[in-house]
Design a protein around this ligand. Structure first.
Ligand code: BGC
Length: 453
């Protein structure tokens, strides 16, 4: 029993995020965000999006939307009807092969254009023309609503020659090469799409946030606070612009533990996306896998169980965040579901093993939810002008499906904001901002050009 207690104490201490650390991280977030907005060196890039009008719900027309974010690519066609209403959505989803993720830019964008061709053949009788909103869920430095250069890949993508290139031009060229008469008129991060999708039916939406494979947030900033040369020029009539914070890259050195450092060091992008590596779905399983292999933690499990972990989870990313979610969802007194999940992986564990494993999952996921709360509380403070109560549009599998994640986040918000202000913040699940949202942004861009459908 003593070894089990020692293992639990090690995990609890390593993954603890006391209120004082949350507060310090919030201060760091604000400092970094202000530096990023000004265009100074910062772990928060605070990328301008050139979306300078708020979505009203009155945008109308027929649009295509393309969504590249992680494991899948989606092609959608939909009609915005105005009054916050969206007509029927036609869509197809394609798995992005590893070869396309890690090949050349031309291969990746050629694959995307092939998917669009397949969609047009199957859904549009072989011919299609029109505007496309392109959700690209990676950091892109935009120079216009329809142009942006890739800053860095993450989430397992690595088409190195695309870095520094305009992703809209890459896609447009591949579409044209296939004779497709469609034009990419808006580029949007998924967080901006999520904010737009929520604002279509709830115009006061303060920000769009993703807790999925990766994590990030966008919000609306006053033009006066955005540094020169960052999208809002002198003499411009624009008063505000949506900002893609790319908060996944926040410097978390002050709150990192040895497991975070190990996961980062072994990743494809060491030193980058450190907040994301503590919060998002791609990494929570990997963090737990790394922690379970540490001698002080391993010693808390029975020998058979520890040997089972070694065999079942020897490969990087072999323990999935969805498994942690299933373990935490087990409400049976003898953790029968955990026993079943372990047996499927070829691991045998006593009840004490299973309960330590469940506590370990809770340690990793609770810290992630508290960090998520730090991000939201910081952004609410930064966007002081926002209306209250504040609607925060949230999407992503971790937020949607991980048991208790939202409640723990709300607990964190209460710690940081106090109960009264926290009650004014609504976290609203906004499904499919990265699909529908991109179409709405393409419609807003058409309105800005004076074109209406
Ligand atoms: C990307 C962001 C994206 C987030 C959520 C991160 O890895 O850098 O651009 O918004 O994932 O998909």
């Amino acid at each position: 029993m003593a070894a089990r207690d020692a293992a639990w104490e090690a995990l609890r201490d390593e993954f603890a995020l006391p209120p004082a650390s949350m507060e310090n991280l919030r201060q760091l977030f604000l400092t970094e965000a202000r530096a990023g907005l000004a265009g100074s060196d910062s772990s928060l890039r605070m990328l301008p999006t050139y979306l300078t009008r708020r979505v009203t719900g009155e945008e109308t027309g027929e649009y295509f939307a393309l969504d590249l974010g992680g494991t899948h690519f989606r092609v959608l066609q939909l009609r915005l009807e105005g009054g916050g209403r969206i007509g029927p959505v036609r869509q197809r989803q394609f798995k992005v092969p590893d070869a396309a993720k890690r090949g050349s830019g031309a291969e990746l964008f050629g694959f995307l254009a092939d998917c669009v061709s397949a969609f047009v053949a199957a859904e549009c009788g072989g011919e299609a023309a029109g505007d496309i909103g392109f959700t690209f869920s990676f950091p892109a430095a935009q120079t216009a609503i329809d142009a942006g250069t890739l800053v860095a890949w993450n989430k397992g993508f690595a088409a190195a020659d695309a870095i520094g290139a305009d992703v809209v031009a890459l896609l447009q060229a591949q579409l044209e090469a296939r004779g497709l008469k469609m034009r990419v008129t808006a580029l949007a991060n998924d967080t901006v799409g999520t904010m737009a999708a929520a604002a279509y039916s709830c115009p006061g939406t303060a920000m769009g946030v993703i807790f999925g494979t990766g994590t990030n947030a966008a919000y609306v900033e006053q033009a006066a606070k955005i540094g020169k040369g960052r999208g809002v020029e002198d003499g411009s009539r624009e008063t505000e612009m949506a900002i893609n914070t790319e908060w996944g890259n926040l410097d978390t050195a002050a709150v990192r533990n040895e497991h975070d450092a190990a996961v980062d060091a072994a990743s494809e992008n060491p030193g980058l996306q450190r907040f994301e590596k503590m919060v998002s779905g791609m990494y929570l399983g990997e963090l737990l896998r790394t922690a379970l292999a540490a001698p002080a933690v391993r010693a808390g499990f029975s020998r058979t169980c520890a040997a089972g972990f070694d065999a079942a989870f020897s490969e990087r990313f072999s323990l999935h965040t969805s498994t942690l979610a299933a373990i935490e969802a087990d409400a049976t007194p003898d953790l029968a579901e955990v026993a079943h999940l372990l047996a499927e992986a070829g691991v045998q564990g006593t009840l004490a093993d299973r309960s330590l494993l469940r506590d370990a999952c809770a340690a990793v996921s609770t810290r992630a939810a508290l960090l998520a709360a730090v991000g939201i509380a910081s952004l609410l403070e930064l966007a002081q002008s926002e209306p209250r109560p504040a609607t925060v549009a949230v999407d992503g599998t971790v937020f949607e499906r991980y048991p208790g994640f939202q409640a723990r986040m709300e607990g964190g918000l209460e710690m940081l904001l106090g109960p009264e202000r926290a009650r004014d913040v609504s976290l609203v699940l906004t499904k499919d901002g990265s699909g529908v949202g991109a179409a709405i942004i393409a419609a807003a861009a058409a309105q800005a050009r004076g074109e209406t459908q």
